[in-house]
Design a protein around this ligand. Structure first.
Ligand SMILES: [Zn+2]
Ligand SMILES: [Zn+2]
Length: 215
């Protein structure tokens, strides 16, 4: 037992030696100024040399998006929109999206890192989709009323190259698309709805391994 105690005592001395500073001096009596100085030094040591990208981003946190959702909901919709989930998406290239089944609004991070000032415009646009699934006449009217963009916004830099290229056989207008079109005719030539005479013709498939076989 004595032996163990002696060992512990020796270890304690060793420990103390490890942490003892060479020029350790008793601390000067603390004044307001020394306190500020030491606090500032310790605060500086906590700031990482390189800020994580998250901290550099100007985008508001998701909690702020929820707050704005509530604000817009009361201000523009009389509070009649049901609660939604809102999250940032790091993958999508578009400004925003809305999934009615999940009541989920996604805000595109890549897009808004380029255009941070548009974020509440996007939020309002996606909120309108609670009431109007498509960008039809009522959507456009409401968008004008609440000051939201009508079109889903993309940034060309962020867009993937289109998988398919369709062309109107009549006027030659090109329609680059990510998805295959089944029954689509040229919007410029067709009078109302689908017109078989102006059915778009597929002229190019995305090449190589990424091109899937036609579904
Ligand atoms: Zn939309
Ligand atoms: Zn055409």
């Amino acid at each position: 037992m004595k032996k163990v105690l002696r060992k512990l005592k020796a270890l304690a001395v060793l420990n103390y030696d490890l942490f003892k500073h060479q020029n350790m001096t008793p601390p000067a009596p603390a004044t307001l100024y020394t306190r500020i100085a030491t606090d500032a030094a310790s605060a500086m040591s906590r700031v990482p040399a390189v800020l994580p990208t998250e901290a550099l981003s100007l985008l508001p946190p998701e909690s702020e998006l929820y707050r704005m959702f509530d604000e817009f909901n009361w201000f523009y919709f009389g509070g009649k929109l049901p609660p939604a989930r809102i999250e940032y998406s790091t993958r999508m290239s578009s400004a925003g999206s809305f999934c009615s089944q999940e009541r989920l609004i996604r805000i595109g991070r890549k897009y808004h890192e380029l255009f941070p000032e548009e974020i509440y415009d996007t939020l309002k646009h996606e909120m309108l989709h609670f009431l109007f699934p498509t960008h039809g006449a009522t959507f456009r009217k409401e968008a004008a009323r609440i000051g939201a963009s009508v079109r889903a916004k993309h940034h060309p830099l962020l867009c993937k190259p289109p998988k398919y290229l369709y062309v109107c056989p009549e006027c030659g207008k090109e329609y680059p698309r990510q998805k295959r079109l089944r029954m689509a005719s040229c919007g410029a030539c067709s009078r109302s709805g689908f017109d078989a005479r102006f059915k778009l013709v597929l002229v190019r498939l995305r090449t190589a391994k990424s091109a899937k076989r036609p579904a």
